[in-house]
Each structure stands twice: as C-alpha cells, then as structure tokens.
Design a protein around this ligand. Structure first.
Ligand code: COA
Length: 260
C-alpha cells in the first residue's frame, strides 16, 4: 500500500509511523485508519524492527481526533460498526507483540487520545494536550477510550475527563499517570528514540513476553494473570537469551542477545 496519510520509516531496529495530515491537525479519516493498520501489520512482520515510535506531523497536533467530517453520516447501526473498526485498528497496535511508544507532540484529542492510550508507553512534549471531547459532539469515546483511560488513570479521573470533555495539559497528564514523561518539544523524538534504543538492547524474547504478560492485566484476574506469568517465565527460561543473559552477568560482561 502506498501511504498517503502516513510517513513510515525504519532505522536501527526502530520503526517510525508519523501521521501526516498537518493541515487537519492529523485527524484520522478512513484512509489514515486503514493505513495505520497496514503500517503496524507490516512492522509486526518485519524482523528488523523491534520497537515502533508513533507520532504526528507538525508542532501542533499528535492527532486531533477522528475526522469529524466523516462522523455526520453515522446512524445507530453504522455508528457501532464505525467504533468497532477503530477499536480493531487500535487493538492491532496494543497487541502488536512489539513495544509501541507514542511521542505525543501536541493535541491528542478524542481518537488521538485513544490512539496514545493503545500504545504501551507515552512520552509527551510540553505543549501536548489530552482530552476526550466527544460529549461536545453528542457521542462517547468509541475507539477504546472509555475502557483504556479508566484502566490507566482510574475510574474517577477518566469519568471527569470523559463527562466534561475538558483537556488536560502535559504536566497534568503526567500527574494523572496518563503519560510517562514530559520533555520540551525539540527533545521529544530524541527522548522516544533513546527509550526505544534502550529496549532494543534487551533480549527481545523477554521484551515480547513481558509485553504480553503486562497487557494481560487488562483482561484478567490476579490468579489467571500469575498463571500466565509463570508459563511465560518458563518460556523465557528455555530461550538462548536467558542462557546468554545469566552467563554474561556471571562473567561480568555485557550480554550479546540473539533474540532467540
Ligand atoms: N476532524 C476534522 N477536522 C479537524 C479536526 C477533527 N477532529 N480537528 C481539527 N480539524 C481541522 C479543522 O477543521 C481545521 O480545518 P480547516 O483549516 O480546513 O478549517 C484544521 O484542522 C485546523 O483546526 P482549527 O480548529 O482551525 O485549529 P485551532 O488551533 O483553532 O483549534 C483544536 C485546535 C484541536 C482545539 C480544534 O481543531 C478542535 O477542537 N478539533 C476537534 C477536536 C475534537 O473534538 N476531537 C474529537 C473528535 S471525535
């Protein structure tokens, strides 16, 4: 697929997806959503990419929401299908099997906030603003926001954001636990890249199984979650990375992981 709404690149084992509709503040139209799905499916299969960074073009917006112009035709039935479609795309990101870092470079509103929530780690620039303003349009978040926001920041805080539609700035997002770190905009990509590079140096068998285990906290209870943890721990113990990692520690040297 030739991308019209995204800039997709990869270097040094990191994949980059940049949503590129700056004149519309990177609002997600149907094309952008299907390209996002394709770009992430491609990175999932690409053996030379271990971590993906997702960001938006320009200095103003990460993603200012789903494209409101495409909402107006929806009715009860097509609205449900529309939400399910967006949820499906964002689920591809959350379940990529490789870490995805959102580098939030400005407005992350509506579907933009939900997109950041589907990523595994969020770094924000100081000018970033987060919000779920759907109530202003007579709708609710439909791309997983009611579920992921409440799980990430707690039910009461999610309720306030979703019921008022109010935006929170980057510092408030940090305080809420909505983002991991806030940096000046010129340092945003550098910060996301150094985080990605740190993860790239680890054994990728462990990274991917850790991702799976922590993702499962959203789906399961403590007992079943621990059962999964134990079996994934066992899988790690059968890997070459485990032999190399423990041997390297005892030999007082850096491990050379083969990601097997
Ligand atoms: N869908 C479609 N177009 C959007 C959009 C969206 N979610 N968000 C911004 N745009 C478009 C604007 O219509 C405008 O297009 P135009 O130049 O062709 O008129 C362009 O992007 C620039 O936006 P503008 O509103 O002029 O910028 P601003 O700096 O005055 O305001 C926002 C920025 C983010 C506060 C404002 O654009 C906004 O409220 N956007 C909608 C946010 C939203 O409700 N998202 C949830 C959707 S479910």
């Amino acid at each position: 697929m030739e991308f019209q709404t995204l800039i997709v690149e990869s270097r040094n084992r990191v994949g980059y997806v940049r949503i590129n509709r700056p004149d519309k503040l990177n609002a997600l139209n149907a094309r952008a959503k299907s390209e996002l799905e394709q770009a992430f499916e491609d990175f999932k299969k690409n053996p030379s990419v271990d971590v993906v960074i997702l960001t938006g073009s320009g200095e103003k917006a990460f993603v200012a929401g789903t494209d409101i112009a495409e909402l107006t035709v929806l009715n009860t039935e097509s609205g449900k299908t529309f939400a399910e479609g967006g949820q499906g795309v964002f689920n591809v990101i959350e379940n990529l099997g490789k870490p995805v870092i959102a580098a939030v470079n400005g407005y992350a509103l509506g579907g933009g906030c939900e997109l950041a929530l589907a990523c595994h780690i969020r770094i924000a620039s100081e000018n970033a603003r987060f919000g779920q303003p759907e109530v202003n349009l007579g709708i609710i978040p439909g791309y997983g926001g009611t579920q992921r926001l409440a799980r990430l920041v707690g039910k009461g805080r999610a309720m306030e954001m979703i019921l008022t539609g109010d935006q929170v700035d980057a510092q408030e997002a940090l305080r809420l636990g909505l983002v991991n770190k806030v940096v000046p905009l010129p340092e945003l990509m550098k910060t996301a890249e150094s985080l990605a590079q740190k993860i790239v140096t680890k054994g990728q068998v462990a990274v991917r199984l850790a991702l799976k285990a922590v993702n499962m906290t959203q789906e399961t209870n403590l007992t079943d979650g621990q059962a999964l943890e134990a079996s994934l721990f066992g899988v790690c113990c059968g890997s070459e990375d485990f032999k190399e990692g423990t041997k390297a520690f005892l030999e007082k040297r850096k491990p050379e992981f083969k990601n097997k």
